[in-house]
Design a protein around this ligand. Structure first.
Ligand code: S3P
Length: 436
């Protein structure tokens, strides 16, 4: 039976909240920790089902990983050459990050691997990683359509390449760099626009030499990763729901604590500020090679804008909730240059447009974006998430400014990135409940 949510309003959003750990950094902490020499101690690890799929996959690859307390994990690294063949296909659930990055790692192993996923992941494009990895000498098969399952045949000699990425993708960049750890010579990746750089920061933090220029990052194969500690900051992509919620709900004054502020992730703050949001960064600091801050958000009147295309990769996961902000703004908001949204956990352009329309918001769907006419409030109604966690949470925020209740279908996958979402939303002042 599907898990639905019912939102009946709420707000203002007040007080303080620490959302769970960053998903991208949590995945990488397990993967790179497994490949390190020595122990890696992780605090603030996100226990969402996506990162737990990565954790379980590395256990199946022979890595001992102790879960010590909430968000506290100890990984007994086996070194770059210590992984062992898994006995069964590795099930990565809903997680594109797990599948794409692990394809890079497993391409360099002496054994074969098979990667599978759920219905959504089984539809997602994988040629973007298999194509450059094959150029490096890897032997990999997908379906005819370039989708999972992925069969990786081990024992191939990899050689470094210079790869110009056709899409701005941190997952592709990371997969190629991770295969580069196993390749002869130098591997370089050039990105068409800056994408999140957690891989580069964590590799450097673990003592691996990288050469970085503006749009190019290179590494040499044959080094090693050192153990140590990683403190994972709160996920800005999860905090984003509450940034929008507090911005659009009169009387709100919310503090989001210890949020990761990596410059390649803060597009959501820049876009909201361009729309007129009142967002203040407090107590800026650095932890485990990542900038962190507390974010104070107060209600403000938002205006529609043309979203600068340069900000798109820096806010790529936040568009579902930014569309909700646009619907609450005065005037029209236009997004273009965001075709990537169509190949996320769902087609986020179409699925969001359908949901917004069901709640009385006018939109125009473009191949690479969306035009949204702001109205300031939503009608009540029912929306479909197509199993997309961020769509589900975005419509909970819409419920704060709706003139009737909103029923949101198929919300179980909120567990993938934000398992405590309902409790956090209720704590912040949103009237939402699971609805069966
Ligand atoms: C991620 C990169 C992004 C993002 C995803 C996580 C990562 O995908 O959408 O949620 O951890 O590297 P792309 O790099 O494919 O844009």
């Amino acid at each position: 039976m599907s898990l639905d949510y019912r939102v009946t309003g709420g707000g203002p959003l007040r007080g303080s909240l620490r959302v769970p750990g960053d998903k991208s950094i949590s995945h990488r902490s397990i993967m790179f920790g497994a490949l390190a020499e020595g122990e890696i101690e992780v605090n603030g690890f996100l226990e969402g089902t996506d990162c737990l799929a990565t954790l379980s996959a590395f256990r199946q690859l022979g890595v001992r990983i102790d879960t010590l307390a909430a968000g506290h994990v100890r990984i007994h690294g086996v070194g770059l050459h210590g992984l062992q063949a898994a006995r069964q296909p590795l099930d990565l659930g809903n997680s594109g990050t797990a599948m794409r990055l692990m394809t890079g790692i497993l391409a360099g192993q002496p054994f074969d691997s098979v990667l599978i996923g759920d219905e959504s992941l089984s539809r997602r494009p994988m040629r973007r990683v298999t194509e450059p990895l094959k150029r490096m000498g890897a032997s990999i098969e997908t379906t005819e359509a370039g989708t999972p399952p992925i069969h990786i045949y081990g024992g191939r000699e990899l050689v470094g390449i210079e790869y110009m990425m056709p899409v701005a993708s941190a997952q592709v960049k990371s997969a190629v760099l991770l295969a580069g750890l196993y390749a002869h010579g130098k591997t370089c990746v050039t990105e068409p626009a800056p994408t999140r750089d957690h891989t580069e920061r964590m590799l450097m933090g673990m003592g691996y030499g990288l050469e970085r220029q503006e749009h190019v990052v290179c590494l040499h194969g044959g080094g090693h990763l050192c153990g140590g500690r990683i403190n994972v900051p709160a996920d800005i992509s999860s905090a984003a729901f509450f940034m929008v919620g507090a911005s659009v709900t009169p009387g709100s004054d919310l503090l989001l604590e210890h949020v990761g502020m990596n410059p390649t992730r803060i597009g959501v703050i820049e876009i909201l500020r361009l729309m007129g949001a009142n967002i203040e960064l407090l107590n800026e600091r650095e932890e485990s090679a990542e900038p962190v801050a507390d974010i104070r958000v107060r209600h403000a009147a938002l205006q529609g804008i043309d979203i600068p295309e340069a900000l798109v990769p820096l806010a790529i996961d936040e568009f579902p909730v930014l569309f909700v902000a646009a619907a609450c703004a005065q005037g029209v908001t236009r997004l273009s240059g965001a075709a990537e949204l169509r190949v996320k956990e769902s087609d986020r352009i179409q699925v969001m447009a359908d949901g917004l329309q069901a709640l009385g918001i006018r939109t125009e769907v473009m191949p690479d974006g969306l035009v949204i006419e702001g109205r300031g409030y939503f009608d009540g109604g029912e929306v479909e998430t197509h199993g997309d966690h961020r769509v589900a949470m975005a419509f909970v925020i819409a419920g704060l400014v709706a003139r009737g209740e909103i029923i949101i279908h198929d919300c179980a996958n909120v567990e993938t990135s934000f398992p405590s979402f309902l409790a956090s939303a209720q704590h912040a002042g949103i009237d939402v409940e699971a609805w069966t």
